[in-house]
Design a protein around this ligand. Sequence first.
Ligand SMILES: NC(=O)c1ccc[n+]([C@@H]2O[C@H](COP(=O)([O-])OP(=O)(O)OC[C@H]3O[C@@H](n4cnc5c(N)ncnc54)[C@H](OP(=O)(O)O)[C@@H]3O)[C@@H](O)[C@H]2O)c1
Length: 216
Amino acid sequence: MKEKIGIIGSGVVGQTLGKSFLKSGYEVKVGSRNPEKLKEWLDNVDNSNASIGTFEETASFADIIVIAVHGVDATHAIDLAGKDNFTGKIVIDVTNPLSEQKAGPPKLASTQENPLGKQIQDYIPDAKVVKAFNIVNCFIMVNPILEEGSPDMFIAGNDEGAKQWANDLILSWGWNACYDLGGIENSYWLEAFAMLWVVYGFKNNQWTHAFKLLHR
Ligand SMILES: NC(=O)c1ccc[n+]([C@@H]2O[C@H](COP(=O)([O-])OP(=O)(O)OC[C@H]3O[C@@H](n4cnc5c(N)ncnc54)[C@H](OP(=O)(O)O)[C@@H]3O)[C@@H](O)[C@H]2O)c1
């Protein structure tokens, strides 16, 4: 029996990941402060294993929780979901801490000393947070088959078992490789890495790129 997946976040990322987890055979609940807004999503997926709910209902339902909200609102979303509902669970953090600008690309709103992935882990210390997927857009997260091949994913987190689960999921979704960057403090480099993706996208108005690590 596969784990129950709870996705805290009703945006394009939550909806896209939700659909992909369903396709992979998981039971999925997607959450919002206003679950009504997810009714259309529910009507458009194979919904025998899908449901929608509040952040709190989603977190308590789940064996594994994905956080896919505005990065700067992540801890508030956790409060709404109920911190106790995260205890002992794998938490996949796909958020980016972005501050929107009037023009041009957003700016990174985290620091090397205090990346958002670490802020989330510190906020729910009994959870097993893995930063993953944040370095590409959500359509590539779930379908990383590009004309020039399959790109690589990079993850960071403190719990080896949680990272193994994320690694297996990532490879099962078609990524070429999944590189472990170490502890959650290294989520900073993934948040900065996301900015490389964003800045390149803005400059070239091209949003289908991803990265690959090459060795000699
Ligand atoms: N778009 C991409 O392809 C992409 C790629 C990589 C990473 N990311 C990251 O993934 C995350 C989700 O992105 P997205 O574009 O799907 O959605 P988003 O617009 O960044 O976030 C939508 C979610 O944030 C929640 N939210 C907004 N304000 C909140 C607050 N004050 N308190 C609690 N929750 C709040 C919303 O709640 P309600 O449901 O109640 O409205 C909604 O569930 C972001 O951190 C983004 O940077 C996005």
